[in-house]
Ligand binder design. Structure first.
Ligand code: NAP
Length: 259
């Protein structure tokens, strides 16, 4: 089997457990030949992620990183530099908004919930890309996970939709800044996937059923399919693609009316 990412070093940010989209993408990147480093947020998740990452063998590293903490981000990249000397791939798969902001009306979003959602879910892409770029000496591929609520109103997604719009716009500006260094920055806009973060969105189960009923392919996307798209974006197939938001949602995004 061909290994399009042989010799590449990647950093995966956002594994919480085996249902995480980041874990699906990490497995696909690894299968494609990449060597990966991982981060986890806080002691609570450490054991879980440590156990999962154990599958990757000796050549991986696992580091703590709360993406709102610049000092932790600096430590992650200096460890990557000393261990691997370079970086080729970065996956940004983190998002957070206070639970109450994902339940009621968007109009009631507090200043603090808005700030936190944007800091964790959007600004972190800027901070991580800035730290990654000096290590991407041979070019690189940065991939961030987004959702359709960035573009259209999805009830209950609220401030997270606004943060995803900021994430997608940030990816475009980063793509412009980093393009000459052969660093590409793209978003994958995934259809709904049953994960820890998703279960925090009020009405999420109904969302899964809605996509099954109304997407052209009449089903939901799988972790494996998201992994395959991330491999494509990281490999030669994606060599001239940057600043884009790629919908991987069984076609749901093209619909203007449901039958
Ligand atoms: P997940 O498994 O819960 O992953 C979310 C990750 O973000 C967790 O590891 C979480 O850690 C981490 N995180 C939150 N705040 C953080 C912080 N301050 N610093 C570092 N990490 C932090 O859920 P997921 O669905 O796979 O989410 C991954 C990405 O895909 C997110 O950007 C999400 O918006 C996006 N996405 C998800 C769907 C979906 O339907 N699931 C669809 C489209 C896009 P904690 O658990 O400790 O908070």
């Amino acid at each position: 089997m061909s290994k399009p990412l042989e010799g590449k070093i990647g950093l995966v940010v956002g594994v919480a457990n085996k249902r995480s989209i980041a874990w699906g993408i990490a497995k696909a990147w690894k299968e494609a030949g990449a060597t990966l480093a991982f981060t986890y947020q806080g002691e609570r998740l450490k054991g879980n992620v440590e156990q999962l990452v154990g599958e990757f063998g000796e050549d991986t590293i696992l580091l703590p990183c709360d993406v709102t903490q610049d000092a932790e981000i600096d430590t992650v990249f200096s460890e990557i530099k000393s261990r691997f000397g370079k970086l080729d791939l970065l996956l940004h798969a983190v998002a957070f908004a206070p639970k109450e902001a994902l339940e009621g009306d968007f109009v009631n979003t507090s200043r603090e919930a808005f700030r936190v959602a944007h800091d964790v879910s959007a600004y972190s892409l800027v901070a991580l890309s800035r730290a990654a770029a000096p290590l991407m000496t041979d070019g690189g591929s940065i991939v961030a996970m987004s959702y359709y609520g960035a573009e259209k109103v999805v009830p209950h997604y609220n401030v997270m939709g606004v943060a995803k719009a900021a994430l997608e716009a940030s990816a475009r500006y980063l793509a412009y800044d980093l393009g000459e260094q052969k660093i590409r920055v793209n978003c994958i806009s995934a259809g709904p996937v049953n994960t820890l973060a998703a279960r925090g969105i009020s009405g999420f189960t109904a969302m899964l059923k809605h996509y099954e009923a109304h997407s052209p392919m009449k089903r939901n996307v799988t972790h494996e399919e998201l992994g395959a798209t991330a491999v494509f974006l990281a490999s030669e197939g994606g060599a001239a693609i940057t600043g884009q938001t790629l919908y991987v949602d069984c076609g749901y995004e093209i619909m203007g009316m449901y039958s």
